[in-house]
Design a protein around this ligand. Sequence first.
Ligand code: ADE
Length: 220
Amino acid sequence: MKISILTLFPNMFDGIFTESILKRAIENERIEIELINFRDYTLDPHNKVDDAPFGGGAGMVLMCQPIFDAVDAIRTPESKVILLTPAGKVYNQKTAYELRNEKHLIIICGHYEGFDDRIRTIADLELSIGDYVLTGGEVPAMVLVDSITRLLPGVIREESYTEDSFTANTLDYPVYTHPRNFRGMEVPEILLSGDHKKIEEYRREEAIKRTIEVRPDLLK
Ligand code: ADE
């Protein structure tokens, strides 16, 4: 999969692609990441990409021209264009599973007060990563790339994500490792029993218990 990220701040992505699983996914050519600064596409003599909103109001608004031209330059019939905005549909694991089948994602990161509403016409999908407002789409883009990449073949073992929270409509069951007793807190006896059927039942029950307590909405 190829992912093109349109941003005014490509350096913000330095850390995430040079460590751990994403770094390996890039090295092993499971994903190709292209960072595009859409300021490079502005036709404004002063390199402007934003302007004051018509009708007045606080902050600056991203202009159509640089973003339209950047998307025109890289879009192919196989591209899916995603606009990141707090006004988008809320992103979840189901959408991550759908997006992992795409060949080319173009992710547009907004910044400042917002973007000219006409930019929405070039998007196939508008996504929000949650009901809060961030300074821009860069962190949401990282969230998308990370959550999609780990679902691509050969990135992590499939068992690692098929039991994940949200794939079975429950949160994850609790897990423990050595030592058996830490500051008086014991590992549940059943996990030491070697009885795999019982362990599986226990984990299922704990997952449901935890979900009822913290996220009852998932069970509906
Ligand atoms: N830009 C600012 N806040 C955002 C959010 N919650 N999701 C996606 N893009 C955003």
